[in-house]
Design a protein around this ligand. Structure first.
Ligand SMILES: [Zn+2]
Length: 946
């Protein structure tokens, strides 16, 4: 009896140790389809060996995918693995070259042949035919660039296994005739984040509710990489290691197709190419033709299996920074968009459940069908490709008589970055050593100037070269958009506020980088030398009293930041200077020996930091500046203060904007800073920071705003972007900057201040009138315009607000006396969207305003735009590139883009937009770096004591 009781007790203990209930059904049982339906060699491990489940049943974690790839590479002679990059978190990115062993043994020869075929200049028709005969079809199959769009990578794993293990004659034939490059997992860090959240939110029963945490994950979500970058916007700006490694390898191989497999909304079906309008005009029409042929075959395969799909609809192709940058180089881009499933499956509106495995199967079948279509058409596609390459360099092409020119700049860091990105794409760059006179030029503002002399030292980029379409796409000031597209867009904006533009409508490099450029309507090809990045000279003499670096160079900010982090006292010269025979721009950074009496190895530190940054240093043996120029003991040598930076973060903030701000400090400066979870703001010890960044977002509640307000009043520098700015100028805000809509009752006061600002820049005066002893009764007052300021401002504003741009370039006129604009050109292109329209009054300064004021004597009287007046003799340019409706131009003209206001002992710096956009808006990024690094020293002079 005793014994029996004991065993019963044990049984019940077992039951209670198992704390969770078994589900009544499993998601593995939802779908009967078989993904791997071939005959496979037993020599190669099944995917389940590495995964612990059948491929497609669940989401494979990045380490599982890597293990499978490396394991298979040991077993198969049909694949070669190339690691093309490491992610920020140290995960490898692989391209798997798959073909017959024979083809794989001559990869170099294949690569050489494809390069010969790409050479439109030297490869003639006969030679091209021979090469085409010889070349295998080449495909680049890439998956899951957005980490939470997982099904692609699982399908890639299945495809790799299929090709290396299959014994079917059809597959063996494909391997003989094709080189298939599989890029299974384009964003391992994002996928790891999402895979982790799948684990964390897993319960016992499968979950088919796409709103649940299992499906959504949480902030910052799995889509982006480590620094929250959208890698599928980075293909031309190349800011991230994943993209850099990948683009380098793709460009070496010029594949015929590039498949980019994504996922979209969970209640959707499946979408593939070809795209709908707007389509970038620089894409070869042949590719659109081929796109239709591939889509037709893919559609047939879906029809056969009763799978729903569609083409085009929302997939447009204007922005060249998607994976489809390859289309400008002659590769057909094919997009897959599978509805998102997490890993359990999703209950659809009709009540059925689509399983994850089925979505993997869609991606797999699409992969196989596209490869077969390529095999059928490879030779004709090569022929079109070669003809395209011939066209690019011919004197009869649309590109033949055009040259893009970046005007000389002292901003070596920035122009070197530009050169590096362009060279990545095999674009040839030149420099002129002598002036070149040209008949006319197009300026960034859209104005044409005749008889222009291109100064020596300019960067010259003739459009007539092998990569002509890509050059055109990323350098032309404006992408051509058809009238029909404009009509459709305008109708759609008016109808319900929606847009048919999927991404920004302006993206050209010179404007995004904030570099002055012109377009010349002729082919400049003589008297040029190859562009070489200029060498920096670091002259750190021990005898010097001051070491300085020019303030135009972006890395001068990093120079100051990295020195201050090492407790070196640093000054900024806030006015142009001439010292010991060197001309130094406004914003130059100076280290003075006398400021740092206790640092014995000061010159070593200065030298080391300068060489880390590849920045020029001059040694000055005197602090004397001739005439009225700054001397070292005067007020223009301003002492900086070490910034102690925090970036507000987490739920409620735009993860892209948080990520890019974080990245910008790590990438451009490399100094210590904190990301703060905003939820701790009201009880955190804010005295640790003197500079706080509020990224775009709505995360600040009234309590956090109050804490920030107290902190600013005690001396803090608060910097906000877009929605962060909106929340700070709204209810319970900080400072006096207002949203346009809150200023209509005193528009005249705002216009008064604006006129004062505009007239303060006038450099014409009539001396006789000015010194006349008689009272002049005919003074023209700026606001006395022919047309009165409109009385229906409110109604107008409501109408105009419908037309706000969704990402375009507008002219920012920079206050060249303000410290926030160190290193900025006079008319800085700024990316503008549906941003808060900032109005300044009282002691708030506008360091950048929207609209370039130009002289135009034909405008005889003053004119009003909404609340503001353009003085007589002036006109204003707002749009620079992309779609900015005239209504929007009127609305934002003369408003502020960047403001700075003293509040208590501290200051508030507001950006209307997101200055660090995609890590590539280097023009506005510089304004931000100035704010973050110089703000504590130049805008506030108090220790924070709360
Ligand atoms: Zn995607």
């Amino acid at each position: 009896m005793q014994i029996k009781t004991l065993s019963l007790l044990l049984v019940s203990l077992n039951i209670s140790a198992n704390t969770l209930m078994e589900p009544t059904s499993k998601s593995e049982d939802l779908y009967e389809g078989v993904i791997l339906d071939g005959t496979y060699s037993s020599e190669i491990d099944r995917p389940s060996v590495y995964l612990g489940f059948e491929v497609g049943e669940r989401v494979a974690a990045p380490y599982q995918i890597s293990n499978a790839v490396l394991g298979w590479a040991k077993q198969s002679d049909r694949m070669i693995v190339k690691e093309y990059a490491k992610s920020h978190e140290g995960r490898p990115l692989y391209a798997i070259f798959i073909s017959s062993p024979e083809n794989l043994s001559k990869l170099d020869e294949i690569k050489e042949n494809i390069n010969l075929l790409s050479d439109g200049e030297n490869t003639n028709g006969n030679k091209a035919r021979a090469l085409i005969d010889e070349l295998p079809a080449i495909a680049w199959m890439a998956y899951s660039i957005h980490g939470n769009e997982t099904s692609g990578a699982d399908a890639a794993l299945a495809a790799i296994y299929h090709f290396i293990a299959s014994e079917d004659p059809e597959t063996l034939d494909m391997l003989d005739k094709m080189l298939i490059i599989i890029d299974p997992m384009m964003n391992p860090d994002g996928r790891a984040r999402f895979a982790k959240s799948l684990q964390e939110y897993r319960g016992t029963a499968p979950n088919y509710d796409d709103q649940s945490l299992l499906h959504t994950g949480d902030w910052p979500y799995g889509r982006t990489n480590h620094y929250f970058f959208d890698l599928n916007r980075d293909w031309i700006y190349l800011t991230q290691p994943e993209t850099q490694g990948r683009v380098k390898l793709i460009n070496e191989w010029s594949p015929q197709i590039l498949v980019d497999a994504h996922e979209m909304g969970p209640q959707d079906t499946f979408m593939t190419g070809p795209p709908r309008e707007p389509i970038n005009k620089n894409i070869d029409k042949d590719l659109l033709k081929w796109g239709n042929i591939f889509a037709q075959d893919q559609g047939n395969a879906f029809d056969e299996r009763d799978w729903r799909f569609y083409t085009g609809e929302w997939h447009e192709d204007l922005y060249p920074g998607y994976s489809f940058y390859v289309q400008f180089r002659g590769t057909l881009g094919i997009l897959y968009e599978q509805s998102r499933m997490a890993e359990d499956g999703v209950r659809r509106p009709e009540g059925t459940i689509q399983s994850y495995k089925e979505s993997v199967h869609h991606q797999y079948v699409s992969t196989m069908v596209n490869l077969k279509t390529l095999l059928k058409n490879s030779k004709s596609m090569y022929q079109d490709f070669w003809e395209g390459r011939r066209y690019n360099v011919s004197r009869d092409s649309n590109y033949a008589n055009r040259t893009f020119v970046i005007l000389p700049t002292k901003n070596n860091t920035r122009i070197n970055t530009l050169a590096e990105k362009l060279k990545f794409q095999d674009i040839q760059l030149y420099k002129n050593e002598k002036p070149i006179l040209v008949k006319n030029i197009l300026k960034q503002t859209g104005d044409v100037e005749e008889n222009f002399t291109i100064p020596p030292g300019s960067m010259i980029i003739p459009n007539r070269q092998a990569e002509a379409p890509l050059i055109s796409a990323i350098m032309e000031f404006d992408a051509d958009i058809d009238e029909e597209v404009l009509i459709e867009e305008k109708q759609s904006v008016l109808r319900d506020g929606s847009s048919i533009m999927y991404d920004t409508t302006a993206f050209n490099f010179s404007m995004v980088y904030g570099l002055e450029a012109i377009t010349v309507p002729e082919n400049i090809s003589s008297n040029l030398v190859n562009w070489e990045s200029s060498n920096q000279s670091i002259d750190v003499s021990n005898e010097a009293v001051i070491w300085a670096t020019d303030g135009v160079d972006d890395n001068s900010v990093a120079f100051a930041a990295r020195l201050m982090e090492q407790d070196v006292q640093v000054r900024i010269i806030d006015k142009e200077a001439s010292l010991s025979g060197y001309n130094l721009s406004r914003g130059s950074v100076a280290v003075i020996r006398m400021d740092n009496p206790n640092i014995t190895n000061l010159s070593d530190i200065v030298s080391k930091v300068a060489s880390e940054l590849n920045i020029s240093i001059v040694s000055l043996d005197s602090g004397f500046g001739p005439e009225e120029l700054p001397d070292w003991g005067g007020r223009h040598f301003r002492l900086l203060k070490k910034p102690q930076i925090a970036i507000l973060s987490h739920e409620g903030f735009n993860s892209y904007d948080v990520g890019v701000s974080w990245w910008s400090i790590d990438h451009h400066l490399g100094i210590r800073h904190s990301q703060l979870n905003t939820s701790i703001l009201s009880y955190a010890d804010l005295r640790r920071y003197n500079t706080i960044v509020v990224p775009s977002g709505w995360a600040l509640d009234d309590n956090s705003k109050k804490s920030l307000n107290d902190w600013v009043r005690q001396g803090g520098t608060l910097i906000a972007h877009n929605y962060g700015t909106r929340s700070l100028i709204g209810d319970n805000g900080i400072g006096n900057v207002k949203h346009l809509r809150d200023t209509f009752d005193n528009s005249e006061d705002y216009n008064f201040d604006l006129q004062r600002e505009i007239y303060s820049l006038e450099n014409n005066i009539n001396k006789e009138d000015a010194l006349n002893n008689k009272v002049n009764l005919n003074i023209n007052y700026p606001w006395e315009s022919a047309d009165k300021i409109s009385e229906d401002l409110k109604k107008r504003d409501k109408w105009q607000s419908i037309f706000m741009p969704s990402g375009a370039m507008v002219a920012g006129r920079t206050d060249q006396k303000h410290w926030l604009t160190f290193g900025a050109i006079d008319v800085l292109p700024v990316l503008y969207g549906n941003y808060p329209i900032l109005m300044t009054s009282d002691n708030a300064q506008a360091a950048v305003r929207i609209g370039e004021l130009i002289n135009d004597p034909s405008k005889e009287s003053a004119r009003a735009i909404n609340w503001s007046t353009i003085p007589a003799g002036k006109d204003i340019n707002v749009r620079m590139s992309g779609l900015v409706w005239p209504e929007a131009s009127q609305r934002i003209a003369n408003s502020a883009y960047l403001t700075r206001e003293k509040v208590g002992k501290g200051q508030v710096i507001l950006f209307s937009g997101e200055p660090n956009y995609r890590g590539s808006a280097l023009g506005t990024n510089r304004l931000w770096l100035n704010a973050v690094i110089y703000g504590a020293g130049l805008g506030s002079n108090s220790e924070i004591d709360l």
